[in-house]
Design a protein around this ligand. Structure first.
Ligand code: MTE
Length: 321
């Protein structure tokens, strides 16, 4: 994981990544070989025939929900769209061009597990059935960069009404697509693909929890996790899983992608808190993408009013990593 420009407290860029915990040299080699192979095979740019116009484009821009305001300017759209984490396509920030390989129609999302009415939704059917709205949210990556983004989506709670979870559902597990022919990063066999994330039911049902289909007033670009991603703005960005294919209601806590890889650095809870440093860097400040403005990190990324009650002990480190 990288910084645009290193603040004084940052450790060298090459060490600031979970990737680095594992086989740094192998990663580099695999990345280089992948890039060479990609070049040889002419993979720069979309491999499929051009995607048809997004069938839901007419739904944008969606009405803005005035309940969510910002204390900082919006991040420039082009900056947000060209500095991404999407490990399925590689560990570098410049994955946007590789992410164009993802085919986002047809796309289905399975909603399953401990629910009365499990259902596989066609993505366009789902998006059209949901109350789309725009929300301005702060976004805080665990790597200490941040942005402010107008997401479009619908509350997770609106989906819940459609499937009716059973009373023994305690967690929600989210899963990203798995396709090694498209996502070259998934050839890195030492990662526990597919990418999985999880929330408690109370977190998932919180008013802030958004299933996102668009950004900056139009459908989501692929590098941001089209056609459907999660946004949980009070948690570090790795919880906001991209390109979801399955949502499962479970009794047991799901084991997440990063928790499986580096449990002592990237836990299940991952709530933003300036007081608890990451084992390898401070979380006291954050750097805004695009402007490099350094700001103090806010507890729960400034969303304590909505979520502080979910975590009984604010001194419990477990909740903040
Ligand atoms: N989801 C998937 N499937 N794969 C990923 O690598 N990276 C996470 C999160 N969701 C990631 C993912 C991390 S670490 C961050 S910070 C955000 O996506 C980045 O979102 P953005 O690229 O839209 O800014």
């Amino acid at each position: 994981m990288h910084y645009l420009r290193k603040p004084g407290w940052a450790i060298p860029e090459r060490e600031a990544t979970p990737e680095a915990v594992f086989m740094r040299r192998r990663t580099f080699l695999a990345g280089s070989l992948g890039a060479i192979a990609g070049g040889l095979l002419g993979l720069r740019g979309p491999v499929q025939a051009a995607e048809p116009e997004d069938p839901t484009r007419d739904l944008y821009p969606a009405p803005r929900n005035p309940a969510f305001t910002l204390d900082r300017p919006l991040t420039d759209e082009n900056v947000a769209a060209s500095y991404n984490n999407f490990y399925e396509f590689g560990p570098m920030k410049t994955v946007a061009w590789l992410a164009q390989r993802l085919k986002i129609r047809p796309w289905q999302v399975r909603v399953e597990g401990l629910v009365r009415k499990p259902k596989t939704f066609d993505i366009d059917e789902l998006i059209r059935a949901m109350p789309l709205e725009e929300r301005l949210y702060r976004f805080r990556c665990v790597e200490a960069w941040a942005m402010a983004v107008p997401w479009t989506g619908f509350p997770f709670a609106a989906l819940v009404k459609k499937v009716e979870p059973l009373s023994d559902a305690r967690y929600v597990k989210f899963t990203t697509f798995l396709d090694r022919t498209v996502a070259l990063g998934q050839l890195r066999f030492w990662y526990p693909w597919p990418y999985v994330e999880g929330l408690t039911m109370a977190e998932a049902m919180n008013e802030l929890t958004l299933l996102v289909t668009g950004v900056y007033g139009h459908p989501l670009p692929k590098q941001h996790g089209a056609p459907l991603r999660l946004i949980v703005p009070w948690k570090y960005g790795f919880k906001s899983i991209k390109s979801i294919v399955a949502i499962e209601f479970t009794r047991e806590r799901p084991k997440t992608f990063w928790e499986t890889l580096v449990p002592h650095e990237y836990g299940f809870w991952a709530n933003v808190n300036p007081a608890f440093a990451h084992p390898r860097w401070s979380q006291a400040e954050e750097r805004m993408l695009g402007t490099d403005e350094v700001r103090p990190t806010l507890i729960f990324n400034g969303y304590g009013e909505w979520v502080a009650g979910l975590y009984p002990d604010l001194n419990d480190r477990r909740y903040f990593m």
